[in-house]
Design a binder for this molecule. Sequence first.
Ligand code: BES
Ligand code: ZN
Length: 647
Amino acid sequence: MRQLLRVSAAGLLLGCSSGAAATGASEAELSPLQPGLDYHSFANIEQFRVTHLDLNLRVDFHNKVLFGAVGLEIKRLDPRATELVLDTRDLDIRDVEERPTDVLGATAKSQTTWVSRPFHFDKADPILGSPLVIELAPLQKKTTELIRIDYVTSPTSPALHWLDDNQTTGKHQPFMFTQAEPIAARGWIPLQDTPQVRVTYTAHIHTSNDVIAVMSARFDPKAKRNGEYVFEMRDAIPSYLIALAVGDLRFKETGPRTGVYAERPLVSAAAEEFAGTEAMMQAAEKMFGPYRWERYDVVVLPSRFSLGGMEYPRISFVSPTILTGDKSQLSVVAHELAHAWSGNLVGNATWRDLWINEGLAEYLQSRIISAAYGEPRDAMERVLGLDSLRTDLAKRKSQDQALAIDLRDRDPAAAFSSVPYEKGRLFFTYLEGKFGRERFDDFLRAYFEHFAFKSLSTEQFLGYLKDHLLDRYPGVVSRDQVMQWVLAPGIPADAVLPASDAFQRIDQARGDWLAGKVPAKKLDTRDWMTPQWQYFLDGMTSPLRKEQLAELDQAFGFMRSGNALVSSSWLMLVIRSAYTPGFPRLEEYLQSVGRRKLIEPLYEEMMKTPAGAVMAKRIFAQVRPGYHAYTAAAIDAIVNPASEDAE
Ligand code: BES
Ligand code: ZN
């Protein structure tokens, strides 16, 4: 149905879709993929476009719901259309009202002109949620139309993460935040949940007066803590970038247009760690053009946040696990900042085109880190990135090794592997190498300018690349070479692979220690940074003896490390070596950290032995309620593989 609806609007492929229904084969098998068509939204965007949202929501920590209303400004592109289809997931829709267009001009803001409209849900899809169909009156006059939807979210919505007081850092107030990418915005707002529709928004958020609310919008960082917060986003952004966090946050300025929000115990450490944000912004602006979002703040969320960072416009959400004290994880801030150009300013039209967001953000991140902290710092990251790309490529079937992959009938979260990130970064590095930095930077600046506040598909990107780079400097890179990167599996043979000598010393140190040549205490580790410590520990490929682990711990204090990345690598070794003195720390770690990249490997490793599996199941049963819904589901699949099959 979804396919028919959207495809008929585009006037294509109708026969294939009905054919698929008749034979029972999946659409993906029978019909050619249509570039730029978002298969992960029910919204009839050829007929209607939502252009602006007015949110008015109350945060109810007790019931773990948001309730209130959203006003939608819509343009009816097809004057005959009367059914507006919006994306929703687990939303309790209480009422839908319309302000009739014939009276709009005359009685502009009057409260009395709202009229209820009939609505119903079409058949729900396990991945896509429930299409909300609103029946509108026939169009009287060509103008902007307004509708208002009263609704309540569900306590189990995957868009919302709720934490009790004791699951926060400060432990005095509860905390909540939204996480919508890729398709969970529909779990907290009924809207056209596709990245090719961009909206501006305003929001009024009501909370108790001992917490504050922040959003991906303009607001006053010094506003009174009175439970009433007002926001305005004047630039058009995709639905997955609408974000809200509420908790006992403090603000600290780090520059004229930068600052940090964190719970009180972390705010000073965060301000110190992120003091260089303004310098990174200036480096980025010099290379890629002006920063278009006025301010850039960073919010440090409680440690159960499932990501390293998330790139909301004007404000990034980050995990406290990136506060490593050595500024090594500024690459996460650089990455989220890079999205201010790649993704937020110019973004993917569908989730198949994710590599345009993430691959280019990785490349820009590298450039920012190199400019602000030197090339060797970045080279370390790229080498580790290549390792993870190789690991992921080995696990993925060949169609899923391309940059642009077919995600029909799949959860688009499946797109998020190292492939769009690291292969994407290699592709842009390759282009830079071939055309030279100056020409490539000119190209990038023009690209961000040309597509500013728009979304584009892989094919549109390739068209622009051809016109403005390949054809402009003929004979440098052929279209076939580009297609090899974008559509073929593996890493093309002419890729320029990263190298770093920062790890040779670590290999040497590890080798010396393992061979019993140098005791741990005597290793010269004074200037090692977090990635080097991770590399040191991750490189112990076979299990260690009890005495060896005790010696390492004694020399470097791994068991008490406050660095969550180093702890994760250490605990991996603890599990692999069945080092029982480390188990209490493992349990404590899994109780507080929710960042998937750091905890999934630990569960996977535990599942490799029967005793470990018992432990993994026991710990997971305990900590599950504190994890985000998607994290819980992913770990459930690792820890209880049989139950997943049964579903
Ligand atoms: N946009 C992503 C976060 C994301 C990933 C959202 C998957 C939804 C699904 C963000 O920019 C990101 O890539 N974060 C990385 C850190 C980065 C340095 C690679 C992360 O959280 O690991
Ligand atoms: Zn990213």
